[in-house]
Design a protein around this ligand. Structure first.
Ligand SMILES: [Zn+2]
Length: 304
């Protein structure tokens, strides 16, 4: 199976067999414009490499940012200059294999549901904290896509009245405070010192500006997660993406923020993804097997 994760900076592809073993990988920088050609080249190189590693891909799974409709058309992906791009059809034509394309965060949701923290969970929220913030919402075992394929945009819940302007045009969005980019931007604005979100986490406890920026990120994110909990009552909330690598520095204050607000019910368990950056690509592989009509026991992939 060919699984590809299209990101704003890199396109990462893998040949994944039915046991979940990665047999080969390909990575390329994301050009702009022309990213779709690189996606197809990465897929073609993996297909060409397959016989040499004793495997035979029968479908392609691709996860992409933006708004992706169920037919595999990327309606809009601003960072890639894509608009109404029929990516699934392009991949089928280029490779002669069935292809499936889904939103990257929903792909990560499939990964968590089938081979990550969400195995056996029927009501699940997977919140990806990366350059942006979005969620995959699973209700009764089904991913919620929405009428316009835009469900789960928790990053654009306005949670800080009169707050900072978000890239989307609203004020006070979760994403404007708690994404990796927002944490770095807000710290630099306070201190004049550039630092990545990861470096800022490393400063916690010894740098009052880092503590303040982090606390505001936690408040905004807590309100976003609280909204999901109130609306959908998930059994589990999984945090993925780069900011989730902060681990307990994120989990403990986030749980405290939510439980301090919730008066009328308990907060569901909140955990960090065990799949890390692999969640989207694993989800793409699962979807590709489904597209090919091949049943796989992805739950066993955790041991692979
Ligand atoms: Zn926004």
């Amino acid at each position: 199976m060919i699984a590809i994760d299209v990101g704003g900076t890199t396109i990462k592809g893998a040949l994944v067999d039915a046991a979940g073993v990665v047999r080969a990988t390909e990575i390329a920088p994301t050009p702009r414009p022309g990213a779709e050609r690189t996606v197809l080249e990465v897929a073609s190189r993996l297909a060409a490499a397959a016989p040499g590693v004793g495997t035979n891909p029968v479908a392609v799974g691709i996860v992409s940012p933006g708004i992706v409709d169920p037919g595999g058309v990327v309606r809009i992906a601003v960072n890639l200059d894509w608009r109404d791009l029929p990516l699934a059809q392009l991949a089928e034509d280029a490779l002669g294999l069935p292809a499936v394309v889904t939103h990257d965060v929903r792909g990560a949701g499939v990964g968590e549901l089938r081979c990550g923290a969400g195995i056996g969970v029927r009501d699940l929220a997977v919140v990806q904290l990366g350059t942006g913030i979005a969620s995959a919402l699973v209700v009764h075992g089904e991913l919620v896509v929405g009428a316009g394929s835009a469900a789960g945009e928790v990053g654009h819940l306005p949670v800080i009245p009169g707050g900072e302007r978000c890239a989307c045009g609203q004020e006070g969005c979760v994403e404007a405070y708690a994404s990796g980019g927002a944490i770095a931007r807000r710290y630099a604005a306070r201190t004049g010192r550039p630092a990545t979100a990861e470096q800022i986490v490393g400063l916690l406890g010894g740098d009052a500006d880092a503590d303040a920026v982090w606390a505001e990120a936690i408040t905004a994110l807590g309100r976003g997660v609280l909204s999901i909990v109130a609306l959908l009552d998930p059994a589990l909330v999984v945090l993925g993406g780069g900011v989730a690598a902060a681990g307990d520095a994120l989990l403990e204050p986030l749980r405290g923020s939510i439980t301090g607000t919730l008066t009328w019910r308990e907060c569901p368990p909140i955990v960090v993804s065990p799949l890390g950056a692999e969640a989207g690509r694993l989800g793409a592989a699962v979807l590709a097997f489904e597209r090919a009509g091949i049943p796989v026991d992805a739950a066993s992939w955790r041991r692979a």
